[in-house]
Design a protein around this ligand. Structure first.
Ligand code: NDP
Length: 285
């Protein structure tokens, strides 16, 4: 019998036009010969409930949420994963036969991107620049993956203090907030330093977080959430001091790969997805 209906997935956001997730998910669907589509959909804040209703009535397999929907979507769902509940934000919805389950794969994507290259979080001291959505997900998942200490550095004190308190209350890791002073010193004991702010994102690619780059040591791991440009000024400075660097592409692909598996039930072709995104972002289309 003919089967013309595609399975639907996608992302809701506003703004959303420059969200590149379609590139990696569609590359994965093609590689496995799946009749799935990934749609990049502009949904205004006041229309989120209607859009979530559409997920149900149009039998979407799942949907990603990006700015400004990650928190507001929570009461519209039927269930939350443990991590999404702790983080207080959802970036992925899975439609399980009409039950909408909220997940957060941002932080897990970060942990998996390190693990894939042989780096474990267990016992590590982690310093995170930023206390927004990405920082929250990375802090919580790093702590759940066994990090010993999480230090949150943020411009705004209230959200930094709140995130440190969240990690302390919900995980076994130690956590503290450090104010972001000029030319911030990275303590020698830091194992992993992460930029979880948007500083350095195109078209702002010339800027970098205000830290004392000479306090980055060659035994540190330095990672960025910014994925465009792939190699940010922050990562270039770190790499110039001998640190091992991880780009934002790894995190993006790994969370996309987890979502792929949630939606299709198939193992994601991670290498295909990674290559497709890297090619796209390096402008070599
Ligand atoms: P939020 O708006 O939730 O948080 C932004 C954070 O960055 C806040 O802590 C904010 O501090 C801080 N910040 C912003 N500008 C500055 C500045 N000029 N100086 C100092 N601090 C600053 O954003 P998200 O956490 O959702 O996203 C952050 C970045 O991560 C985005 O660029 C996003 O694209 C990227 N991202 C990448 C992913 C990946 O897979 N690679 C996944 C998810 C996000 P304050 O509290 O003081 O305002």
């Amino acid at each position: 019998m003919a089967h013309y209906r595609a399975e639907l997935t996608g992302v809701f956001g506003d703004p959303v036009d420059d969200n590149p997730t379609i590139v990696l998910e569609e590359a994965g669907y093609r590689a496995l010969g799946l009749n799935y589509r990934y749609l990049t959909i502009r949904v205004l804040p006041e229309d989120l409930q209607s859009a979530i209703d559409a997920v149900r009535v149009m039998h979407f397999r799942g949907i990603n949420l990006t700015m400004p929907h990650k928190i507001k979507v929570i009461p519209m769902l039927d269930e939350l994963s443990q991590a999404a509940g702790i983080i207080g934000a959802v970036n992925t919805v899975i439609n399980d036969n009409g039950r909408l389950i909220g997940e957060n794969t941002d932080g897990k994507g970060f942990v998996r991107s390190l693990k894939r290259e042989g780096v474990e979080l267990s016992g590590k001291e982690v310093m995170i620049l930023g206390a927004g959505g990405a920082a929250r997900a990375i802090a919580v998942e790093s702590a759940l993956a066994g990090a010993q200490k999480i230090t949150i550095v943020n411009r705004t004190e209230s959200s930094g203090l709140e995130l440190a308190q969240l990690v302390r209350s919900q995980t076994t890791a130690c956590a503290e907030y450090v104010p972001w002073t000029e030319k911030l010193t990275v303590p020698e004991s830091t194992d992993i330093l992460i930029n979880a702010t948007p500083i350095g994102f195109t078209p702002d690619q010339g800027s970098r977080p205000d830290i004392d780059y000479d306090t980055i040591r060659d035994d540190m791991i330095v990672s960025d959430v910014v994925f465009d440009p792939v190699e940010t000024e922050f990562l270039k400075e770190a790499s110039g001091r001998g640190a091992r660097i991880f780009t934002g592409i790894g995190m993006l692909v790994q969370q996309g790969a987890m979502n792929f598996t949630f939606w299709t039930g198939r193992e994601a072709p991670v290498d295909v997805m990674y290559d497709a995104l890297e090619k796209e972002l390096s402008g070599n289309k």
